[in-house]
Design a protein around this ligand. Structure first.
Ligand code: FAD
Length: 405
């Protein structure tokens, strides 16, 4: 008898969680499982701010997909997804195609530039291992070049971070640790360096506890970060950025490095495939399926789940992507075994910890506020837990963070 075929797109948090759960719950004869991913490795997206600032090697944030999949049960295909043909139950890949009975789309998100002029061309993003490597090397290049030009250009030492959300703040925390090292390495006067955070919203870390936000801002300000809050980036240029508080108050900031860390949208494959979405994110049904397509699940940054308590979407996080992976694996097992009743997804928010560099952080964990070294310890525990959930003790020992203080 022909086995049903499950195709999982993306080996990020959501995709790997789905596959590792499926390989545990389904027997070899119950289904064919195929995992498709652009690279032959998984990267910890939640660690990319460290690789981008240069406080962690880019190789530390990734591990081979083959480390966590059971090759007897899962076929791994290294390829890029181009389009999903929902009416033909097939996925077009750059170098072939993959037919499916059940599809899980876990392709993550993409940077959202909200149409701001010049951002795509002139700003760096923290999106994957390669963008992180490029950003780290660009900053180093700016420092290395500074003394080797006849006319010193101080703007080479100015780094602008667009966005004071989670990614922006975590990157700033790492950057403030890295800059003193760069100054020493390249003989640069620390006082010549400017790190500026520009945020259009009236606050830093919207949604976070105000007392913790005050703590985070004061820690980063003490380390030299200048905050421009309630200020929008109007344009990015080869020389820097143009910001404004209103129509009249416009200012040019010359900067050798501009990093855009302010928006996430769903993967462009979704819209290209004609699947209904809002900014590339699919408002999935309670079982995490695409409305009107009972055999297609979407999870992670490309999905949109409403928090009924406040009637707003949950922010895209690794935590939610992993929990969705568990639910989808259960639902797929039930479908394959023709069992009645699929599980509805309910997000169990265990809390959030935002790092402020190697040994500082803020967070709310199981409803309790934490900050400083204690929060930093919690952050490393959270990072290790994600590794453990996907790859058990072996992966945690191989890639985990054990320098707690
Ligand atoms: C700097 C930073 C810090 C963060 N910190 C936290 C945190 O502390 N806690 C938290 O919960 N969340 C955090 N997040 C958010 C979190 O990383 C994302 O929400 C999470 O990675 C989403 O998981 P996912 O499975 O949807 O996608 P991802 O984990 O991004 O995986 C997507 C996978 O799909 C692959 N892929 C993409 N396009 C294609 C294609 N066309 N073809 C083939 N493969 C493709 C990618 O290579 C990748 O392997 C952070 C994000 C950033 C950038």
């Amino acid at each position: 008898m022909r086995k049903p075929k499950i195709v999982v797109l993306g080996a990020g948090y959501g995709g790997l969680m789905t596959v590792t759960r499926l390989q545990k719950s389904l027997g070899v004869n119950e289904a064919d499982i195929v995992l498709v991913n652009k690279n032959d490795y998984h990267y910890e997206t939640t660690w990319l701010h460290e690789a981008s600032a240069g406080t962690l090697s880019p190789d530390r944030v990734r591990y081979p997909v083959s480390d966590v999949i059971d090759k007897n049960k899962v076929d791994f295909v290294q390829d890029s997804v181009v389009e999903i043909k929902t009416d033909e139950n097939t996925v077009i890949l750059e170098n072939g195609q993959a037919d499916y009975d059940y599809l899980v789309v876990a392709l993550g998100g993409e940077s959202e530039t909200f149409g701001i002029k010049g951002l795509k061309e002139h700003a760096f993003t923290i999106s994957n291992v390669n963008t992180s490597r490029q950003l780290r090397e660009h900053i180093e290049y700016q420092f290395a070049t500074y003394h080797n030009e006849e006319e010193k250009k101080d703007e080479r030492l100015t780094i602008v971070v667009g966005g004071a959300g989670f990614t922006g703040i975590e990157f700033l925390g790492e950057l403030t640790n890295r800059v003193p090292e760069l100054c020493k390495e390249f003989d640069v006067d620390y006082h010549k360096v400017r790190i500026i955070c520009v945020e259009a919203a009236p606050m830093v870390l919207p949604g976070f506890d105000p007392e913790l936000v005050t703590y985070a801002v004061s820690v980063l300000e003490k380390k030299g970060v200048e905050f421009k809050i309630g200020t929008a980036i109007k344009e990015a240029t080869p020389e820097g950025i143009i910001v404004g508080k209103g129509e009249d108050e416009v200012e040019e900031i010359k900067a050798g490095t501009v990093v855009w860390a302010a928006g996430v949208r769903g993967n462009s494959v979704i819209e290209k495939s004609g699947i209904e979405a809002m900014r590339g994110r699919v408002k999935v049904d309670p079982n995490l399926r695409v409305p009107g397509h009972e055999n297609i699940f979407v999870i992670g940054d490309s999905s949109l789940v409403i928090n009924e308590e406040i009637n707003r979407p949950y922010p895209p996080t690794a935590q939610i992507a992993m929990q969705q992976g568990v639910t989808v694996a259960k639902n797929l097992s039930a479908l394959i075994r023709h069992q009645e009743g699929l599980e509805s997804f309910v997000f169990d928010n265990k809390g959030t910890v935002c790092s402020l560099g190697e040994d500082d952080a803020i967070g709310v964990v199981f409803g309790k506020k934490v900050k400083g070294a204690k929060a930093s310890f919690m952050k490393k525990m959270v990072d290790n837990r994600a590794l453990f959930m996907v790859g058990g003790v072996g992966l945690t020992l191989k890639k985990g963070k054990f320098k707690f203080f």
